[in-house]
Design a protein around this ligand. Structure first.
Ligand code: T4K
Length: 426
């Protein structure tokens, strides 16, 4: 079941933004594009007709959304004039407060990227030795964060529907050395958070969610970021919400945030005292200012992604061998990726489809192939064998992420769908 099928209601959001004095209009507020996307979703036949052969330039899996430059310029001027560039300046404070409010979470601690934030989240929970059960189906930063912290990754298999860690496989991987679980809300689809909480509780384990893909995702109880001991977001250029580079730890209480704020500032506790092995994980004023501006547009950007998601689904429905991933219980999705699984009954192999689309200027990505556990530095671990990770191995061999970003033209969606529908056309 998809959580959110309705066409975007751009008008209301736009009027609200204009009332807030957002200033120079963004391409996101272009009604014509929104209408063409909605039409594409309504009429899948249009998407299957062979459209114009090639768009102007290459199409990548994502394109970062940026607000109008004119809105950023006065903020840059203020940073220049003020000369407070980092170490918790006014934009940093304002962004932190507005972000927590926007996400509906108690506290956030801003970071320079999600990898540093993951390392500091593990450190904050006192995890520095032993095993942590994690998914092999993710970006390598997930496991690298464990290695940087002196922890040993133990890979467990994933659920065939959500492609997130399977709590049953996690339970089976628990040993006396297990200290924590590090699941990923892959593609922004929530994990089985209740299942994971139950395993953690039964075995006295901490849970840190790698929520790099899950900005703004909500389940029936609120933000998906409230689950576990801590959740980590990425604001990298390729993410739904970007601050060029950036990240954050979502903290349940003020005391944990205070501890994390010290950790990300070298472990300083006041001017002359250092109490922990911290590092430099601070977000600059430049990134924080951009984040503040991005908050104005993020809801519209996600709505626009939703329309593209709907258009792809309409166009790809019924193509033998092609399966779209479904939502995993979120009531507010973020459409951060558009993954498809290329099955054995599709006329050509996944890699052949990837090559074919690339030749036509459509650069899809195989996130996440190879598995983390396939990389030479992890392959020697006892849990890394593909035989014990059959679902993850199958997903890695079949996955293809299609382009999705807020101003992706419906014509590109149509061209991509038409090519996938007719792979034997020369
Ligand atoms: N946990 C998970 C589950 C993650 O997926 C990630 C990051 C992390 C943790 C760590 O978060 P950070 O420490 O980065 O905050 C990309 C990203 O670099 C990486 O952040 C992301 N996951 C991963 C899934 O994807 P690449 O190597 O695929 O990116 P790249 O440079 O090939 O970019 C993809 C496409 O995006 C390009 O073909 C064009 C477009 N692009 C990219 C950038 C950087 C732009 O148009 N502009 C840009 O500035 O890793």
């Amino acid at each position: 079941m998809r959580a959110r099928l309705k066409a975007p209601t751009e008008g209301g959001v736009r009027r609200k933004r204009q009332a807030e004095g957002a200033g120079v209009p963004s391409p996101l507020l272009d009604d014509a594009l929104a209408e063409r996307l909605a039409a594409a979703a309504r009429d899948p036949a249009l998407l299957r007709e062979a459209p114009a052969p090639q768009a102007a330039g290459p199409i990548y899996v994502t394109k970062p959304f940026l607000p109008p430059y004119a809105e950023f310029e006065p903020m840059l001027r203020e940073i220049w004039d003020r000369k407070v560039l980092t170490n918790g300046g006014p934009y940093h404070h304002e962004f932190e407060a507005r972000l927590a409010e926007h996400l509906g979470v108690a506290h956030v601690a801003l970071f320079n990227n999600a990898t540093t934030a993951l390392i500091m989240a593990l450190r904050a929970l006192g995890l520095s030795s032993g095993e942590v059960i994690t998914t092999p189906y993710s970006f390598v930063a997930t496991s690298h964060a464990l290695m940087w912290t002196g922890l040993t990754p133990v890979f467990a298999d994933i659920d065939p529907v959500t492609l997130n860690l399977d709590p049953k496989a996690v339970e089976a991987a628990v040993t006396p050395r297990t200290r924590a679980i590090l699941p990923v809300h892959c593609y922004g689809h929530p994990c089985d958070v209740d299942g994971i909480a139950a395993v953690a509780e039964r075995n006295g384990l901490k849970v840190v969610y790698d929520a790099a893909h899950a900005f703004g995702v909500r389940d029936a109880g609120g933000s998906v970021l409230r689950h576990g001991d801590l959740s980590v977001l990425s604001f990298h250029a390729t993410k739904v919400f970007n601050t060029f580079e950036g990240g954050a730890i979502v903290c349940p209480d003020a005391a944990r945030k205070e501890q994390i704020d010290k950790l990300k500032n070298f472990g300083h506790d006041g001017e002359t005292s250092v109490i922990e092995v911290g590092l430099n994980g601070k977000m600059s004023e430049f990134n924080a200012a951009l984040g503040l501006l991005q908050l104005r547009y993020i809801d519209t950007a996600i709505d626009r992604r939703g329309a593209i998601d709907a258009a792809y689904r309409a166009g790809l429905a019924g193509i033998p061998g092609i399966a779209c991933l479904e939502c995993a219980g979120e009531v507010r999705a973020n459409y951060s990726y558009f993954p498809i699984l290329v099955g054995p009954d599709y006329p050509i192999a996944r890699d052949a489809l990837w090559e074919m689309l690339k030749r036509e200027g459509i650069h899809t990505r195989r996130y996440f192939h190879p598995l983390i556990s396939d990389h030479p530095m992890y392959a020697g671990l006892p849990s890394a064998g593909r035989a014990t990770l059959p679902i993850a191995a199958q997903a890695a061999d079949r996955i293809l992420c299609l382009p999705i970003y807020p101003d992706l033209e419906p014509e590109v969606v149509a061209r991509t769908v038409a090519r996938i529908a007719d792979p034997l056309r020369t």
